[in-house]
Design a protein around this ligand. Structure first.
Ligand code: PLP
Length: 376
């Protein structure tokens, strides 16, 4: 068993990769100066910052590194994008019913109720309804679309290539929250899905750091800005750049890209067992999903009781998105997939890591079976 054999909450956060930690320490030790200062050592920091921007651009197949803006994470990046798009577009935004709260909240705040159109998902597959999207795009009132690449609670993958094509053909601006995609599946062409956001700690790159990729046309004459009050990031995101964190994040993404996993065998065995032996239900099971994620509707008892007992046995799982877990809020994602309030209280999210083995998954299913007996 690996060290992290009982950790099944990788969609909430991941431990830093060893190579990322080495780079973090090295940069913090040797290159701590402010990249905006004017002496030689600071120039070296600035140079390294641009080096890592270029490396990230290479990884993301982004032709111009200037399209990348470093930020403190996907929450900041999503907030900044939504605020900017609300102020630079007149019409409505179509936003999927399963977005992360860090998209939902700024959409409500900056677009306002009258300019928001919700895009439903099919309750069985959990995938956005493309017909509904096409209808919205044809209406002429929709100027912005926001659909995530992969859902943090269910792992269900959204058809971002198709969405990107439809938006491009209609001349509509797209925002893609890809925080759960990066590091788990190949970057491919995802960085070309409009305004694209990512987060270091979802793939072993460390917390408090993330990035935004701007669309190509934003560079000619676009006025994107996030935080204001400083000249950093070409005036597009104020605040002293955190080179150690940025270097660690880029190092981690590079490593993930060369050791990508696609095997969901352990997860699938686990699901087969908990379905047949415990009577769990797995919404969206037949859909294309991230290889690491499983959302279970437990057969009985509140999810928190299961979580606590699993924790006593050394297993870390989640009751849903870490951001709403523990707050007693009904999950929008589960509501969109047709779960009622009572069912939502029985949901458990299990998300493994890159090193998790089939034995680890089976040990978790054994623990669930033992807890099921205790709680019955
Ligand atoms: N978007 C999605 C889909 C997420 O899962 C998360 C984290 O849970 C975020 C955004 C927020 O990312 P960060 O923690 O980097 O702010």
């Amino acid at each position: 068993m690996s060290d992290l054999s009982g950790y099944f909450d990788f969609n909430a956060t991941t431990p830093m990769l060893p190579a990322a930690k080495v780079v973090l320490a090295e940069m913090a030790d040797k290159h701590w100066q402010n990249p905006s200062s004017l002496y030689r050592e600071a120039g070296e920091v600035k140079h390294l910052l641009e080096h890592y921007r270029e490396e990230l651009a290479d990884e993301l197949a982004v032709d111009d590194p200037e399209r990348i803006i470093f930020m403190s994470g996907a929450t900041e990046a999503n907030n900044a994008v939504v605020e900017y798009l609300a102020s630079s577009h007149d019409g409505a935004i179509v936003v999927s019913a399963i977005e992360h709260p860090c998209v939902v909240a700024p959409v409500a705040k900056y677009f306002g109720e009258s300019r928001v159109r919700e895009l439903s998902v099919d309750p069985v597959s959990g995938v956005v309804l493309l017909d509904q999207l096409e209808g919205g795009l044809k209406s002429g009132e929709v100027k912005v679309v926001s659909v995530m690449a992969a859902n943090n609670e269910t792992g269900i993958i959204q058809p971002w290539e198709e969405i990107s094509r439809l938006c491009r053909e209609s001349g509509v601006t797209l925002h893609t929250d890809a925080a759960q995609w990066f590091g788990k599946l190949p970057c491919g062409t995802i960085a070309d899905c409009g305004y694209v956001t990512g987060s270091g700690h979802k793939f072993g790159g460390g917390k408090g750091v993330g990035f935004l990729v701007l669309p190509e046309d934003e560079l000619d004459g676009g006025r994107f800005h996030g935080l204001t009050g400083g000249p950093q990031e070409e005036g597009r995101r104020a605040g002293t750049e955190n080179l150690p964190a940025i270097a660690a994040m880029v190092t981690a993404l590079k490593e993930r890209e060369t050791t990508l996993k696609s095997d969901s065998m352990g997860r699938d065995l686990f699901e087969a067992r908990v379905e047949s032996e415990l009577g769990c239900r797995i919404p969206g099971k037949e859909s294309r999903r991230l290889w690491n994620t499983s959302m279970l509707v437990l057969p009985h008892s509140k999810n928190l009781k299961w979580l606590t007992r699993l924790s006593q046995r050394g297993f870390c799982v989640s009751t849903g998105s870490a951001c709403s877990a523990g707050q007693g809020n009904p999950s929008r994602v589960m509501a969109a997939m047709g779960l009622d309030f009572e069912e939502m209280s029985r949901v458990l999210r299990v998300s493994c890591g890159w090193e998790t083995t089939a034995e680890d998954w089976l040990a978790l299913s054994d623990a669930l079976a033992a807890v099921a007996v205790e709680l019955e």
